[in-house]
Design a protein around this ligand. Sequence first.
Ligand code: NIG
Ligand code: FE
Length: 410
Amino acid sequence: MSKILIKNIHTLYQVGEDFPEMICGEAMKHVPTIKNAFLALEDGVIMAYGSMEDWEGITDWRGVEVIDAEGQSVLPAFCDPHTHTVFARTREEEFVDRINGLTYEEIALKGGGILNSARRLGELSEEELFQEAMKRVNNMKANGTGAVEIKSGYGLSVEAELKILRVIKRLKQESGIAIKATFLGAHAFPKEFKENHQAYIDLIVNEMLPLIAKEGLADYIDVFCERNYFSVEEMQYILLEGKKVGLIPKVHVNQFSIMGGVKAAVELGALSVDHLEESNDEDIEVLKGSKCMPTFLPGCSHFINIPYGNARKFIQEGLPVALATDYNPGTTPCDNMQQIFSLACVKMRLTPEEALNALTINAAYAMGLSETHGTISLGKSTPIILTKPIDSLAYIPYAFGENHVDRLVF
Ligand code: NIG
Ligand code: FE
């Protein structure tokens, strides 16, 4: 049994027992803390915490690893509820095309984008894909991420989608952190189905879904609902079929255009609606009173130069907000939630406390990990971020080029 005691913690953030399952609206401004604190873990489970003044010491020191934090602070690990971590190659040539004036949509229309990544996926074996993805997950851990949702979607054939999902399954077993798998066969129409959408949708529904269900390869189902990709009606049909085999919807909507995808996804019981660079009053009204988490991806806005989602308005209207990286080779080659933290504060005008709620408890909700992750609460098994010495929470998004994570403690 591993026993860890962290003492002399400068500030313990996001700590307590009275958290709701998600933090909404005004309440996002508040992060409960304990200053000059201790924290005890047993086999990675939070057993005790409190102020050093109330610490009664330990009678039996055998087998206890003591970490003297001496001014370092502690947060629950970030949860990253939206990534495309399993991919074959980076796409910096498209980055240069954008610098030279092309848009993401123009590049996609000439065969770049998702189809570019799908073509390249075949160049790597399952083992190679796993090794590459594992390196990426380790890098995420070094940057403070303690749980990751990973989508398929760069396969776009039965064989290749299953290959990605098997890699994700192995990451679940070997990464040492919680991983959730999302089936995103409906990421783009392969070239050969450009004129026959129904045939590709049939392939997803009649061939991919049964195999995925049989092998237990996914927790969630995603569709990229967007012009030139999947229509609202196509999304509804695919999500409904996914639900029949137990997959919960979690979708890409409103990245470039508003098509009514938010309403359709909420009505189908989506756990989260992600992107939302574009949104309108109807989207906000539909989300009110739902159990669906609006999830913003500011790394994507930064990198492909599109508007930032109006998270401020969502919060003002009393909604919760979560944040994720969207880590992928096309729109967000950034796996680092600390960068997302900073972008959310600088570009979306979230306060550091609002952003921390969005990166921890609300992000945990958006990937079905409320029971174990997102807060420092008794019985939870979230990894713990031990920061480098920082005087305030705001210093993390403020000093945006630095890695503020000393290490994750399990
Ligand atoms: O979330 N928008 C759809 N999917 C990804 C990008 C995929 C790609 O360009 O490779 C995203 O941004
Ligand atoms: Fe995405």
